[in-house]
Design a protein around this ligand. Sequence first.
Ligand code: ZN
Length: 387
Amino acid sequence: MHDQDPTVRCHICRAGYLRRSPDFARIARVTSDAKPFPAGGELAVCEACGTIQKPITPSWEKDAAAVYEAYTIYHNAGGTEQAVFAGGGGHPTSRSSRLVGAVRDRVGLPAAGRMLDLGCGNGAMLRSFGEQMPGWALVGNDLSDKYRTTVEAIPGVEGFYPVDPENVPGTFDVITLLHVLEHIPDPVSFLRRLGPKLGPGGLIVVEVPDARHNPFDLAVADHCSHFTPETLRAVFGAAGFEVVVAGDDFVPKELTVVGRAGGVETPLGSGRIDLAVAESTVRRHLAWLAELGRVGLALAETQRVGVFGTSLGGAWLLGELGPAVGFFVDEDPAKVGKVWDGRPIIHPAAVPAGATVLIGLPPVTAVPVKTRLEAGGAAVGYLTPAA
Ligand SMILES: [Zn+2]
């Protein structure tokens, strides 16, 4: 990875030059609301701060605008947030519900307060927060007005404001950003502007995909930053937030950081940056995606292919394999029985004997899923490339 372009600088530290990946342009892309998106675009690593990113160019801005224009949240589950299966199986809980429980248990939250959810979509986080923290007043914010009625009907919600975050009235004890920061072209100044919205001791809770473990995240056209624990912490430091707690185990495959205003601003790129690690993460993920596509296309020569998963990985395989995809497989009760792009979404128990199903999940989750489903005894093969 080299190919420096002196015209575009890193959008996180604003200083570093970008080393672009020569392999990315050939990789099929998806949207963050899990739909296929044409290949193209650029992926790079900043030499100064080490953040994996999509350079912010007019072309990226055009792609992101097209994604948001057509956005439909959790469309494969009729608007229901995706489930998280603890330990690769068992009883599903929603991602936001799990996050609220983890923050409450590890940080401690008072019985009453005011909470603002930025980028609230149809209100999944507000609903989860209200259920577990019933004494709190909740406020939703999103640039789109599309889900206003749904959000305003959630118990505990006192307002919805489709405005820039700094223009939401009042101050807050907790501000949450779930899957927001990876979309923002200037994450440090965005976070810094939230400082004045926090009351004394107020907390900011950020959750983003963990770039170390999810190859499909790199393929999301509208995600411009791909964080690791180090680069996400560095963004908090640069924005003047003290990190209260951070971890990759609040929610599987996600990074969570809880910060408090009043930290010492630490310039980006001042810590030790391991560029080789960032670049090898990019190479490893892109090679894995290429191999998944190759396996799928080879399989499609002899049969209609089943695809396990109806989120990012399922969308990626749908884009890559097109008409060869015969059906989708999912264990999420909100999705089974629905139809996606003309294909049925069926439960693993309903997969015909002798079928082969490609797993559209990152390697870290695909391997346990394969082991568990094949141990079920049905004569179905589940395929995932070696990590
Ligand atoms: Zn940088």
